[in-house]
Design a protein around this ligand. Structure first.
Ligand code: GDP
Ligand code: GDP
Length: 442
């Protein structure tokens, strides 16, 4: 079982602060994509990257805050919180150590006890007080394990996470069969009913599925290796499609956690949208997760059958208006039910994969940076012009550009976006995001 921690508590106790610390919120990619709303925020964290320790990863869900009164205006936020609690296996119930115990904390505690999850009490903001003393009054809430931390300063956070992770045995990860280690891993992602199972079944029905019913593959196996036109792929099944004889059935319910895992494991994510429905908040949320993870993306608008030309035009316009930030990804109009357009997805998958995995020498990266800054000068800040000296590739999937220079923290967001697009166009990158990181110093 993968550790999934939900942060729950009254507003202002420090949930977001702890969330950011636990997930070390990277260079917030989301900030570049306005309009992506999120009521529950999911993040990935990792412990033990130093000293060659075993890395442990975990997921964190930040929630909106509970007042203890789940009715009325707080109902929506409360519902979102309880959905997060459902998805988590551990709840970190946060309280404010500076403010002390409040009646609302009691109400939240009562509700949490009924949720049947493992709950740890986390007393935050103990930076200016004695941690032991701060903890004392909260024991009356009835939770055995109480941690004192200062999320804003990081005190107590690592040791708390270490203790929490001890409860989760290190699992052996399910591996892809060796002969398929070099395959392109594709995850199909989308909200319930967009047609994931239909599409996966179609692909499995048509292609040579290598290890699907192989003995030893567990029931929960999510990796499905297959071949198509002599090329190897591994399908990551989030829909829980199982095949028993000729009966194809979809079991398991939709889970954000599973989706997140699939996104993380994939090289390329195929995001399904339903042509018969409007683009919902849930679609936008899922897209946000894919963008956050930096994965390559191909968009498939499914159920393209049975639509007249007018309806098709409307959908195309709506896509451009609502999801303008997806212009880097190929879009395909398909019918999983009839198989129309499904084969065309592969060309985009390959382009996205090749782009995300491209290896560019430092000399070339620096040359591109130079032409970019010559074509469009950097602004002058505090009488000195910002200087970007050289660039090199920092990683793949997403394609990451590291740029060294002076005053790089003052590079305007618009200039950063210009550089992203410049690198994308010059290197003819398709389907992959381009991530830019600045480093200051000579
Ligand atoms: P949330 O509403 O529960 O997500 O709370 P936030 O994370 O937004 O934090 C609320 C306020 O408490 C912010 O002003 C934080 O800077 C502050 N805060 C968070 N953690 C600490 C802490 O450890 N010590 C102190 N003194 N303040 C903190
Ligand atoms: P999932 O929840 O994302 O796995 O979605 P399903 O594959 O279970 O599909 C949900 C419903 O949409 C089912 O009734 C499917 O038959 C239907 N469906 C899936 N793909 C298509 C399609 O391309 N065209 C049409 N018209 N219906 C589809």
């Amino acid at each position: 079982m993968k550790p999934v921690f939900a942060l729950v508590g009254r507003p202002n106790v420090g949930k977001s602060t702890l969330f950011n610390r636990l997930t070390k919120s990277r260079d917030a990619l989301v900030a570049d994509f306005p309009g992506l709303t999120r009521d529950r925020k999911y993040g990935q964290g990792v412990l033990g990257t130093d000293n060659n320790e075993i890395e442990r990863d975990y997921l964190v869900i930040d929630t909106g805050g509970l007042s203890g009164d789940d009715a009325g205006i707080d109902e929506y936020m409360a519902n979102q919180t309880w959905l997060a609690v459902d998805e988590a296996n551990t709840v970190l119930f946060m309280v404010d150590g500076r403010e002390g115990l409040t009646p609302a904390d009691h109400l939240v505690a009562d509700r949490l006890r009924k949720a049947g999850k493992t709950v740890y009490l986390v007393v935050n903001k103990t930076d200016a007080v004695d941690p032991e003393q701060a903890k004392a009054e909260f024991y009356q809430l009835g939770f055995k394990d109480v941690f004192a931390i200062a999320a804003a300063h990081g005190r107590g956070v690592t040791s708390m996470i270490e203790k929490l992770l001890e409860k989760f045995p290190v699992e052996e990860e399910e591996t892809i069969p060796e002969e398929h280690a070099d395959s392109i891993r594709i995850a199909f992602v989308g909200r319930p009913n967009v047609g994931k199972s239909t599409l996966i079944n179609r692909i499995m029905g048509e292609e040579r599925v290598v290890a699907f019913d192989k003995p030893g593959t567990t029931r929960d196996s999510i990796y499905v290796p297959y071949e198509r036109d002599g090329k190897k792929y591994t399908l990551i099944d989030t829909a829980g499609v199982r095949r028993r004889g000729k009966v194809k059935e979809a079991i398991e319910t939709f889970s954000i956690i599973k989706t997140l895992e699939a996104i993380k494991q994939a090289h390329v994510v195929i995001m399904l949208l339903d042509a018969h429905e409007t683009i919902t908040d849930q679609d936008a949320h899922l897209l946000g997760l894919i963008l956050d993870a930096g994965r390559s993306l191909v968009v498939a608008i499914n159920k393209w059958d049975g639509l007249d030309e007018y309806a098709k035009d409307q959908i195309k316009v709506k896509l451009e208006v609502k999801l303008p930030f997806l212009d880097f990804a190929d879009k395909h109009f398909i019918s999983a039910l009839h198989g129309t357009g499904v084969g065309h997805l592969y060309k985009s998958v390959h382009e996205a994969y090749d782009s995300a995995m491209l290896d560019v020498p430092t000399a070339r990266m620096t040359r591109i940076l130079q032409t970019a800054t010559e074509a469009h000068q950097l602004p002058i800040v505090a009488t000195r012009r910002i200087k970007l000296r050289y660039a090199h590739q920092g990683g793949s999937n997403p394609f990451t550009v590291i740029i060294h220079g002076n005053q790089t923290n003052r590079v305007p967001g618009s200039y950063k976006r210009y550089l992203m697009n410049y690198f994308r166009e010059t290197l003819k990158l398709k389907g992959t995001q381009v991530k830019i990181e600045f480093k200051t110093g000579e």
